[in-house]
Design a protein. Structure first.
Length: 130
């Protein structure tokens, strides 16, 4: 039996609504996380750092807010790395020949990861070592 096409919303985009949309979106997110883990070594490295340092943050004798900041800074690095990987994949999909804007997009994404790593180091330094 043929499935009916997804309904169109007021904005004209096809898709699902309600709980089904949430379930579908969660599935797409998990698929993206699996792909990032499989194909992006930086994501694997940053996930490993998160897995190592989260228990350390939880065991430190600091306030709950400081624990949230320590773990949040690490999560932010992972989030920005995921976005950077997405940018790199889109640029690579467009073409393999060099283009100034493609290189700039990749460099800016890399810079965002670098800034988030600096922030994480700063947060950990300020809370743990001072």
């Amino acid at each position: 039996m043929k499935q009916p096409p997804p309904c169109k919303h007021q904005n004209g985009k096809p898709g699902h609504r309600g709980l089904k949309r949430i379930v579908k979106a969660a599935g797409y997110s998990l698929h993206g996380l699996r792909a990032a883990f499989k194909y992006e070594s930086a994501v694997r490295q940053e996930l490993l750092l998160l897995l190592i340092f989260t228990p350390i943050a939880l065991l430190l004798d600091v306030s709950h807010i400081e624990k949230i900041l320590l773990i949040g800074a690490l999560l932010l690095v992972l989030v920005i790395e995921l976005l950077n990987s997405a940018i790199e994949n889109v640029v690579d999909r467009i073409g393999s020949e060099y283009h100034e804007l493609s290189g700039r997009a990749k460099d800016i994404g890399s810079a965002a990861v670098f800034v988030s790593l600096c922030l994480a180091l700063f947060v950990w330094f300020m809370i743990v070592l001072l």
